[in-house]
Write a protein that binds this ligand. Structure first.
Ligand code: 5GP
Length: 189
């Protein structure tokens, strides 16, 4: 998606270890107009999918997910990183965080994810695919079906995209980073 790619090249910052920082328009300060345009693009790309719910992981997936949910007039559920005592019938899974280098547990209530659900997963980044595979695990535990996965930015030099596509998952990424070597951002055309 042209507008996102231009913005990444203009404002994205490269960090050692293959980390791209987009804090000025996605991850800290957010550009709501761009976020909306990205959601419009997801709606276009998943137009043929039959979806009744959007799912994401807190915190960085919530903004793009809620924009998509707003456009499609569908509920948005986010997997929570903290279990609270008031949450009942939780489905949980463990995810390894690429950016933090540690494991964490995410949970979703079976009240909000069940066998009747056909979900679209939305997240900001796809790196090694751990968050996405964790969500797939929750969807399977719930007996729901996964209709697709949409990412704002995919880092193709990590293997998440391959893992998901090999499983036959419909994956859409609005910008694909081929390399961050030498702290230069190289995007796919
Ligand atoms: P994965 O689970 O695919 O390895 O990593 C995806 C998650 O890690 C995303 O939800 C995102 O929050 C975070 N992440 C991975 N790579 C990057 C990156 O280069 N920059 C930022 N800001 N977050 C990332």
């Amino acid at each position: 998606m042209k507008a996102l790619k231009e913005r990444i090249l203009r404002d994205g910052k490269c960090f050692p270890g293959g980390v791209l920082k987009v804090d000025s328009f996605i991850n800290h300060q957010m550009d709501a107009s761009l976020m909306r345009s990205m959601a419009v693009e997801f709606v276009r790309r998943f137009a043929s999918a039959r979806i009744n719910k959007i799912i994401t992981v807190e915190a960085s997936g919530i903004a793009p997910a809620i924009m998509v949910g707003n456009l499609l007039e569908l509920p948005v559920v986010f997997a929570k990183k903290k279990k609270t005592s008031t949450m009942e019938n939780m489905l949980c899974t463990t995810i390894h965080s690429f950016t933090k280098g540690k494991d964490y547990t995410v949970c979703v209530s079976s009240e909000y994810l069940g066998p009747e659900d056909k979900v679209l997963f939305i997240d900001d980044f796809l790196a090694n695919g751990n968050a996405a595979l964790g969500i797939l695990d929750l969807v399977q535990q719930a007996g729901a079906s996964l209709e697709g996965m949409g990412f704002l930015i995919e880092k193709a030099f990590q293997k998440g995209g391959d893992k998901l596509r090999e499983q036959g998952i419909h994956v859409e990424s609005l910008a694909i980073v081929d390399s961050l070597d030498d702290c230069t951002i190289r995007l796919r055309d």
